[in-house]
Design a protein around this ligand. Structure first.
Ligand code: DAH
Length: 352
């Protein structure tokens, strides 16, 4: 019997230990056979052998339990040793994405205008002509409609006026004025569509619209707002603007906004007043547009502005070809993309 206890102690693993348990204590095991033999003994013999055989069964059971615990502990130690992490090693290189410059600039714009009290408004990209043109003082015969290289949708049923892919974000002005009472202060960023394609034009691009409707609003408010916005966006205090008389059907008077730029180390940078380039369209909202939205233009006035988000990104971050924005080329995204964790804040500077 010492043999049995010895082989239990020597079992190399849980599987071998279990085989020994079955061989000793199983249905046809050696200890079980000894217990069965008690029945055939006469009482005197049973009294002598009984305690020994039961003692043996207990000793074997205890030896198996002890060995099992020892083997399990050894297995745990082995796993703990092999699964150890060396935290001093460099982290494995994970594939990482980046934030597209358009998304980055949209976040920057939202941050800047939120600080000025503007809410973000949205409208549909498939738009009714009334919102895209008519309500904006561009009636059907208006030549500006042809200027927009519009994509027209198939009518959904005969006789329906075809809807358009919105050619600008200005229809969101109309949606804002017809859905909420003034005063209104919104920006409306989003995708717009025109049938045009070259290095500075893509059939889909991004615009941002601004609209303020309130009482006693004048050109001075517009100029201050745009100056404040452009200084915050380009992160320079020496941003100078010029407002040049222009024409948009939905504003009167209208102004193109030019911003000063200069050469710095062979690069064009915004700031100073050596050269000028146009960055925005703007003006006082046309009284007819205010009336089209059901408001009294004698009571409510406002200003509006609109510009290309992609173009703002190009000016700030130095890309030269707009088409690359929408190619999905990973090398371009790696070069011009932004860290997903550096969210623009005014306190830390909106730029990345
Ligand atoms: N919607 C104009 C465009 O797409 C841009 C624009 C100009 C918007 C003047 C305005 C504005 O709100 O006042 O070219």
């Amino acid at each position: 019997m010492d043999d049995l206890i010895q082989s239990i102690d020597a079992a190399p693993d849980l599987q071998a230990l279990d085989a020994l348990r079955v061989a000793a204590l199983g249905k046809s095991g050696s200890v079980t056979a000894m217990l069965k033999s008690l029945g055939a003994m006469d009482p005197a013999q049973r009294a002598a052998e009984g305690p020994k055989i039961h003692g043996l069964r207990e000793a074997v059971t205890a030896a198996i339990a002890a060995k099992k615990a020892a083997l399990e502990n050894a297995e745990l130690d082995r796993r703990l040793a092999t699964e150890r992490l060396d935290l001093s090693l460099p982290a494995p290189v994970c594939p990482s994405g980046s934030v597209h410059p358009v998304s980055q600039v949209l976040d920057e714009l939202a941050e800047i205008f939120a600080d000025l009290g503007f809410a973000v408004a949205e409208g549909p990209e498939i738009e009714e002509q009334w919102y895209n043109f008519t309500a904006l003082n561009m009636p059907e015969s208006h030549p500006a409609r042809a200027m927009h290289d519009t994509f027209y949708c198939e009518p959904r049923e005969p006789g329906e006026e075809p809807r358009v892919l919105r050619t600008h974000t200005s229809p969101v002005q109309i949606r804002a004025m017809t859905s909420q009472p003034p005063p209104i202060r919104i920006i409306a960023p989003g995708r717009v569509y025109r049938s045009d394609s070259d290095a500075t034009h893509t059939p889909m691009f991004h615009q941002i619209e601004g609209l303020v409707i309130d009482k006693g609003i004048h050109l001075g408010h517009l100029k201050w707002t745009l100056e404040t916005f452009l200084k915050a966006f380009f992160e320079r205090d020496d941003v100078a603007i010029r407002m040049i008389p222009s024409y948009f059907p939905f504003t009167e008077p209208s102004a193109d906004v030019h911003v000063g730029w200069s050469w710095e180390n062979g690069r064009r940078v915004i700031g100073g007043s050596e050269n000028w380039m146009e960055v925005l369209g703007s003006g006082m909202v046309h009284p007819r547009v205010i009336a089209n939205c059901g408001l009294d233009p004698d009571q409510w006035q406002g200003f509006a502005f609109g510009t290309g988000v992609d173009r703002l990104a190009m000016l700030k971050y130095g890309m030269s070809d707009l088409r690359a924005f929408f190619d999905g080329d990973l090398r371009w995204l790696k070069h011009y993309g932004f860290n997903a964790l550096s969210v623009p804040t005014l306190s830390a500077g909106v730029g990345a």
